[in-house]
Design a binder for this molecule. Sequence first.
Ligand SMILES: Cc1cc2nc3c(=O)[nH]c(=O)nc-3n(C[C@H](O)[C@H](O)[C@H](O)COP(=O)(O)OP(=O)(O)OC[C@H]3O[C@@H](n4cnc5c(N)ncnc54)[C@H](O)[C@@H]3O)c2cc1C
Length: 289
Amino acid sequence: MQWDHEIIIVGGGMVGAALAARLGQAGISVGLVERGSAPKPASGDYDLRISSLNARSLAFVKASGAILPGERCCPFRHIDVANQDGTGHSVFSAEESGMNDFGIFIENRALQYALWQRLEELPSVTCYTQCAPLSTMAATTARMLELDNGKTLSARLIVGADGARSTLRELAGIGVTSHDYHQRAMIINVETELPQQDVSWQCFTPKGPIAMLPLPGQRASLVWYDSNEATKAREQLSDNALQHAIETTFPQRLGKLTRIVARASFPIKRQHAKRYIGKRLALIGDAPT
Ligand SMILES: Cc1cc2nc3c(=O)[nH]c(=O)nc-3n(C[C@H](O)[C@H](O)[C@H](O)COP(=O)(O)OP(=O)(O)OC[C@H]3O[C@@H](n4cnc5c(N)ncnc54)[C@H](O)[C@@H]3O)c2cc1C
């Protein structure tokens, strides 16, 4: 049987695009199905969705030939973890581990754009944008994927990389177990008087962790876990009031803030797929979580 592609990946976020680029780099025929449009380059203020790429993930991405925008990446060389009450404190140093750095912080959208740029150069990769799966069915030698644009594609393997609310997972009948922590994480991008340098720190409080992810220059991404009620109340604060709340709660090492750039909050929920694989199907990234 002849397939349309050896592998179809549903979801062109940073995980699906990274896999597509690595497979494409190896000359394997890949179809990438993405509900949205091709991503645009990151510019201006930093986006709220920031991820750490550890050294191994970074090597995986670089091996695909994708070129990351150095000016929007922040390498980190120390990880500092402490209890707020002073009962515990550990600092991990890349140098002591024989590494230049532990990895980088990068906006999801910047990573995704760099990967998609690479996909465009790879002849064995075809991107299908602005379409999503309607149904999928496994046959003996292939799995079929019916799309909402009228096309039906076939492949030896279909990979679901379509995020935490994975349609492919649902279509394949794979259930999830989940637990609501009744907490929210507020993400706040800030500008600071101090350069944030190369330390990523996290501080555990009785209400949940607070953390700082350094971004290039005098910028940082703050993460503030708290109860639903406290976070929702904090969301109503003016920038000035939020700035004051951060300066009085976060460790002094953050220094004074000069600007609240952006903020949003997300519910904290544990979710886990009952299976990661099905017949000619696999889930990766957030899809099985
Ligand atoms: C605020 C925030 C901060 C985070 N910080 C970190 C961090 O510091 N470190 C870290 O490791 N992780 C972090 N995460 C988690 C991280 O963002 C996710 O683990 C990561 O984005 C998962 O990537 P993904 O490609 O699997 O899914 P996604 O990024 O969700 O991408 C899914 C892709 O699939 C597409 N899609 C969805 N449905 C369909 C469909 N039906 N058909 C076709 N395409 C579809 C979407 O358009 C999207 O492009 C954070 C998450 C949030 C929300």
